[in-house]
Design a protein around this ligand. Sequence first.
Ligand SMILES: *[C@@H]1O[C@H](CO)[C@@H](O)[C@H](O)[C@H]1NC(C)=O
Ligand SMILES: *[C@@H]1O[C@H](CO)[C@@H](O)[C@H](O)[C@H]1NC(C)=O
Ligand SMILES: *[C@@H]1O[C@H](CO)[C@@H](O)[C@H](O)[C@H]1NC(C)=O
Length: 402
Amino acid sequence: MVGFKALCFGLFCILFASHIYTPIPDNIEESWKVMVLVAGAKTCTFLALFLENIGIMRFEEFFSMIIVLDYTQPLSDEYITVTDTTFIDIPVRLYLPKQKSETPRRAVIYMHGGGFCLGSFKQTAYDFLNRWTANRLDAVVVAVDYRLAPQYHFPVQLEDGITAVKFFLQDKILKKYGVDPSRICVSGDSSGGTLTAAVIQEMQNDPDTKHKIKIQALLYPALQVIDSCLPSHLENENGLLLTRDIAIKLVSLYFTKDEALPPAIRRNQHMPLESRHLFKFVNWSTLLPEKYRKDYVYTEPILGRPNYSLPGLMDNRALPLLANDSQLRNLPSTYILTCEYDIFRDDGFMYVTRLRNAGVPVAHDHVEDGFHAALSYMTSPFYLHLGLRIRDMYISWLDKNL
Ligand SMILES: *[C@@H]1O[C@H](CO)[C@@H](O)[C@H](O)[C@H]1NC(C)=O
Ligand SMILES: *[C@@H]1O[C@H](CO)[C@@H](O)[C@H](O)[C@H]1NC(C)=O
Ligand SMILES: *[C@@H]1O[C@H](CO)[C@@H](O)[C@H](O)[C@H]1NC(C)=O
């Protein structure tokens, strides 16, 4: 047994060493730390793919095993009462400020990232962020765990998000937690940003929603899959913590386990013939700022008659950039944060343009030295200034606008 463990450790070290020289862009701070974190992530990815290929476990099962080690208990502190409970059957973690308040409080509902397949509000970084939000804003924070792919596909994740938000918006629940219905935000990062944008589109356009959400915050969100050859996809194909292949793998699992989908997306030949009218909503040659178009030449994704039938690929409830202008018009004031080194950078940029064209107020922070998933690195021992800077930009916008 000791010999086996030593062998595993030795293998890990060899893999780690072989990944340590990943090139890091010059403007990224704490480059040696980033290099170590990236080598760790790439080693785990390599192992997960290896185990999947030899049939021992699926890619996302390996990562789930690692992420579970990082789960936290709901620990109250001097200022905040933290409890895990459910809204109907959706698990949530509540952060309630302890001090009595004369007036009802603001509230933030948070959707975690993880490519629709991974993650939980229990992870250290999310627990840290949500506690911080409650403290800094003196706000009630609700962190939501939706059901994950590939066990559940679209629209289950979205429906769970909507169920949790609607439950919270009931008068008796708002009263119970002392929340001001006119000062509620929904936020999320990465795939949690996708879900946030979709939940907001659904709820703002639903005439039966009495209390409208005041603002939304999307942190490096993914917002479309129609076009898998945006400039940001090409530039970040071998992204630091998220490569194009892995992003395509996880996004595909949101829709289906059909193994025909990921290779089709990689070739940008996954959309059915009847989807062409949607291409204008993600046409980067009109929606990206000049600076990011560079010398790239726009080519339309190739239409085909795919083997699978996936209406979700054409559904704005899955991919918020596919909403038309009249569906965008009613959206609340929006914060979008994008990172330079992120395959989803251009999704964020295009949503900024589309929302502004539809007359929605948008605040946009672009982090020139940022990369995808940096918010996962805010607590020791894996702590980066970048994660804290992103947190502070997000919190300061919330504080001014909520
Ligand atoms: C995309 O925009 C370009 C102009 O920049 C235009 O020539 C092309 O027809 C557009 N394609 C679609 C599908 O909207
Ligand atoms: C259709 O999908 C199946 C399995 O998903 C695959 O084996 C087959 O090669 C696909 N056919 C085409 C034409 O893509
Ligand atoms: C926008 O989409 C909605 C929902 O699909 C549809 O009812 C509406 O007619 C569309 N509006 C325009 C201007 O295309």
